[in-house]
Write a protein that binds this ligand. Structure first.
Ligand SMILES: C[S@@+](CC[C@H](N)C(=O)[O-])C[C@H]1O[C@@H](n2cnc3c(N)ncnc32)[C@H](O)[C@@H]1O
Length: 249
């Protein structure tokens, strides 16, 4: 358990497995600052910590409000010189980021909210250099089925299971969720080689946040459990999200 997770919030705990996997992948790419593009990076929840590690991060997001929040957050944390926010979207990324110029492309929480994710991802991959990495975090349909059922909404759980897009109802804020084979096929068809797939938030999203906030030992135990469970495909099958790390050959 890292000190960062121990001392921080439930949100940080929920992000810990992704953050650790991403840091390992970045370290494997070599020493020194990397050029990272965070597509749909929003207000910089990941971009700012990456800039704090010394990396140069370009955030491409369609939301002007998020980009303004990103600028404020980067300035507050003293990394404004290493982060550039640009208004745009995943499918038009090649117009903003020169082909082959990025070491790493992040696409977290985006494929489930946009039109035609397969086309957008395939277009965006051009931004990465050969040998560069893509980190994808995408919603898992089966996670929603379990979560809606345990929240006392079996009708919505069934809807998520039966809807081709994996949505549980009209108020669902996501446009779709992925089944593992379809997500991995999309990544491969974008021209990427898959390196790792982890299940993210397997038990955390089924528990009240107060559980971790109340007791640091419980927080530690939950982080260790999530890390170990993320590597088990059966448990990962009901995670809230999949974290896919893939390489451009
Ligand atoms: C759920 S948030 C994820 C934010 C951040 N990546 C994270 O993991 O915390 C989805 C983000 O995708 C952005 N977004 C929506 N449509 C997009 C598109 N077509 N291309 C890129 N980003 C998009 C939204 O503005 C928002 O910042």
């Amino acid at each position: 358990m890292s000190a960062g997770v121990r001392s921080s919030s439930w949100t940080a705990l929920r992000r810990s497995v992704v953050w650790e996997g991403l840091q390992d992948a970045l370290e494997a790419l070599g020493e020194g600052p990397l050029a990272v593009v965070d597509a749909g990076g929003g207000s910089g929840g990941l971009a700012v910590p990456l800039a704090e590690l010394g990396h140069r991060v370009g955030v491409v997001d369609p939301s002007p409000d998020s980009l303004a929040a990103l600028e404020r957050r980067a300035a507050e944390r003293g990394v404004g010189d290493r982060i550039v926010g640009r208004q745009g979207d995943l499918s038009t990324l090649p117009e903003l980021v020169p082909s082959g110029s990025a070491d790493v492309l992040l696409c977290h929480g985006v494929l489930e909210v946009i039109d035609d994710p397969a086309r957008a991802l395939a277009a965006a991959v051009a931004a990465i250099r050969e040998g560069g990495m893509v980190s994808i975090l995408a919603a898992n349909r089966m996670g929603a089925v379990l979560a809606r059922a345990l929240a006392g909404h079996p009708d919505e759980a069934l809807a998520a299971l039966e809807d081709p897009a994996g949505r549980w109802g009209r108020n669902d804020r996501l446009a779709r969720r992925f089944d593992r084979p379809a997500l991995l096929r999309m990544v491969t068809e974008a021209g990427l080689e898959i390196e790792t797939v982890h299940g993210i938030r397997i038990v955390l999203d089924l528990l009240p946040g107060s559980m971790a906030d109340a007791d640091p030992e419980v927080t530690d135990a939950l982080a260790r459990l999530e890390r170990a469970a993320s590597r088990q495909p059966v448990l990962g099958g009901v995670a809230t999200q999949f974290h896919v790390l893939a390489r451009r050959p």
